[in-house]
Design a protein around this ligand. Structure first.
Ligand code: ADP
Ligand code: GLC
Length: 485
């Protein structure tokens, strides 16, 4: 099968969150299963420094903006997949992030930037038999790529199958209706049966309406988004799509995320040689200026600092665990009020709370390894990857009972001797504090905690099983188009 993944991020080309990890690791797993995978990405500033690209051809000016788009090809680093880089410098070659400027303000022309990505994907998929092997499936990720499924549906005949994955329903890609002519949408797109969503145009909705199959990144989140509470207005449409909607649990790239080979760690370790984990703990305390104590656990947080992630719950719960002698390590950036609140907590507890603002891949690995427990108190979490990384590094997570967190972490108090972490339900500081205190108690019981670590480390979350499920979904999507896979 030849699969075109369309996304706004993929490690190591560009990453702001778990989407980037998933696009690359899924692509690598599909190639390992003998399929041909190309990942179409925007050529943001700096991308050509991270890959060995060669020019392919010009794509003209798909949106009539007066800018020629060009396609480059490169090996997707650390995989056997190919990256196609969409170069259109006036839209993508900018100082700042993929979605906004350095202050975090969204680029005002995001509708054009991501319509171009999606339209290029649709054009390339249709033209693929003329310049190589035909693309069988276009797999679009999140709102930034969703329009690819719409262009293919609007243009009609002879199109490949389409699959749309929702990594986060809350990112809806909403713009005023006036942009529809600019992105080349037909007049019929302005309808509640198409892109119209509460008097605006939603790119996310394009994927939910037009894709042959829709997936999201965990079974529980697939259920949650079909309820009024979790569906934020899309639940009716998702229920109507019926069996076309599936939850497929994300895997992790076990080559990158492996404490036995991790170059970010001083002393590698595995299940049977945990001395390296103790060294990682000491190293983390020293790196971040924490007191070198061994009498209470170190809790880590590696997260975007946003409402979704429940960072406020963690902050409000922190007093209870600090009173127990615990230490806290927080790595992340996000909403200014939360960045300020974590900085204030660190300032109030020198040597006991350490905060690093920003994005630091190496430090994230050292936290997953060096912390005793990882806290992921998300209000909602489509899948979540940090709890999976932490488990693999022998760091049981404390998580809220939602989405992929619920699907991947089992509470060790609920069924003693079987759990892989600690789970709390109501999204409140009290419930979060209680779970963290239960985790402290488990940490103090050395033999119990080593059983918990062992179970966490032996969970299998590699991509092989989920890649197989995606292949089944691709075949279903192709069959729904009358094409055999
Ligand atoms: P989301 O995509 O919603 O942010 P995930 O848990 O799926 O949540 O993925 C987050 C990814 O980003 C993980 O790979 C995590 O390690 C990484 N990450 C988050 N914040 C940081 C940070 N400040 N520095 C380094 N990596 C980070
Ligand atoms: C989104 C979700 C996160 C998920 C990631 C990868 O960013 O917020 O839960 O793990 O996508 O699918």
């Amino acid at each position: 099968m030849r699969i075109l993944q369309v996304a706004s991020e993929a490690v190591p080309v560009c990453k702001t969150g778990g989407l980037a990890d998933v696009v690359t690791a899924l692509s690598a797993a599909l190639v390992d299963a003998d399929h041909d995978v190309v990942v179409l990405l925007p050529a943001y500033r700096g991308v050509f420094d991270r890959v060995e690209a060669t020019p392919l051809f010009e794509l003209g000016d798909p949106l009539g903006l007066g800018h020629t788009a060009r396609l480059w090809s490169a090996p997707l680093p650390d995989t056997r997949a190919t990256a196609w880089l969409l170069q259109c410098d006036p839209l993508f070659d900018r100082v700042g992030g993929p979605y906004g400027d350095e202050a975090g303000i969204d680029w005002p022309d995001n509708h054009l930037r991501f319509a171009l990505l999606a339209r290029a994907a649709a054009q390339l998929a249709l033209a693929s038999p003329t310049f190589g092997r035909a693309i069988d499936v276009v797999h679009a990720h999140d709102w930034q790529a969703a329009l690819a499924t719409a262009y293919l549906a609007w243009w009609g005949v002879g199109r490949p199958a389409t699959v749309f994955t929702v990594h986060n329903l809350h990112f809806t890609g909403r713009f005023p209706a006036s942009i529809l002519p600019e992105i080349g949408a037909p007049a019929s797109a302005w309808s509640p049966k198409d892109l119209e969503f509460y008097r605006e145009a939603s790119f996310l909705k394009a994927g939910l309406v037009h894709a042959d199959r829709i997936t999201t990144v965990s079974p529980t989140y697939a259920d949650e988004i079909r309820t009024a509470a979790g569906g934020i207005g899309f639940d009716g449409l998702l229920r109507w799509r019926g069996g076309a909607v599936r939850g497929v649990l994300n895997g992790i790239d076990t080559r990158t995320w492996n404490p036995a080979t991790d170059r970010a760690l001083g002393v590698p370790y595995d299940l049977d040689h945990l001395a390296g984990k103790a060294a990682a703990r000491r190293g983390l305390q020293s790196e971040l200026g924490l007191a070198p104590q061994n009498t209470a656990p170190v809790f880590g947080v590696v997260s975007r600092l946003t409402w979704q992630k429940g960072i406020d719950l963690f902050l409000a719960a922190s007093a209870a665990v600090l009173a127990e002698g615990a230490q806290l390590v927080i790595l992340g950036s996000g909403e200014p009020a939360l960045e300020l609140a974590v900085a204030e907590l660190a300032a109030a507890h020198p040597g006991r709370v350490a905060v690093r603002r920003g994005y630091d891949e190496g430090l994230s690995h050292r936290i997953f390894a060096g912390a005793d427990l990882l806290c992921v108190p998300s209000r909602f979490e489509p899948c979540g990857l940090t709890q999976l990384y932490a488990m693999r590094y022998g760091t049981p997570p404390v998580v809220r009972n939602t989405g992929g967190l619920a699907d991947t972490v089992a509470d060790d108090d609920a069924r003693p001797g079987t759990g892989t972490g600690f789970v709390f339900d109501p999204p409140t500081a009290e419930a979060c504090a209680q779970a963290m205190l239960r985790a402290c108690a488990a940490w103090r019981d050395t033999s119990r905690f080593s059983g918990l670590q062992r179970r966490a480390m032996t969970q299998r979350h590699d991509w092989s099983a989920s890649a197989g499920v995606y292949l089944d979904i691709y075949r279903e999507a192709m069959a729904s188009r009358g094409v055999r896979g």
